[in-house]
Design a protein around this ligand. Sequence first.
Ligand SMILES: [Zn+2]
Length: 291
Amino acid sequence: MAVHAHPDDESSKGAATTARYAAEGVEVLVVTCTGGERGDVLNPSFQVPEGHEFETVDGRRAVRRLEMAAAAEALGVRQTWLGFVDSGLPEGDPLPPLPEGSFGLVPLEEAAAPLVELVRRFRPHVVTTYDPSGGYPHPDHIKCHEVAFEAYHAAGDASRYVVEGGADPWEPRKLYYNHGFSMERMRAVHEAMQGAGLESPFGDWIESRAAREIPERQATTSVRVAEFFPQRDAALVAHASQIDPKGFFFAVPRDLEADVWPTEEYELADSRVPTTLPEDDLFAGLREGAR
Ligand SMILES: [Zn+2]
């Protein structure tokens, strides 16, 4: 179960991993906390699909549902919505308050309840989400971490989140944080592009990240996924309102990327099964006897 904040996050964080496991026969469920209703158009070549509009919260929600369905199909995974409303990325100094009713403002117990129920029904062995910083400072990403962390720890406890007619408790075995955008990876790809005489788009990214002095978290688990870069790329392109096919995500030639960095990284945040670090498989320690 991969828990994400907005439609498109599943395609930019750990996408090739979900495609790989789905291809191997693992049941993969992407959970999207919000509808992405406050996303701006980030792709200059985006055309609003026939019969739709992108001016209102409802219009954007409908378009992003279409995009999400196409992305899930490209990855070969199932996907479901928690049903919360995108908080948008607040900008300015001081930051403006979050819009009323948005995901970032929902109290934790209320925000986690539908995910706890979903964990009890889907019964995942492995849950992935973001680290406590959210990976980047978007209120929905931080909230996404909080609800996934809460659900991972509470879903197995019959005394918590008691719902009339609810599913039996289920305790997932491992919790991971996505670390696809590590400085180490960005630097390695940046240097390889420069070495190949190509223009790298990551110089500014690396500089601004270094300037923010975000502490680097330690990846424990590196999953080989280069074979599934085409599925990841198709899923990214499916989010046509958000992803510029000529932009950042597509600047690296794929053969160079597969050569320099063929993996996606994770941090094992909790495990209820014995495992040895570093790992190369999110299901390490679960393969024998697990379904
Ligand atoms: Zn997001």
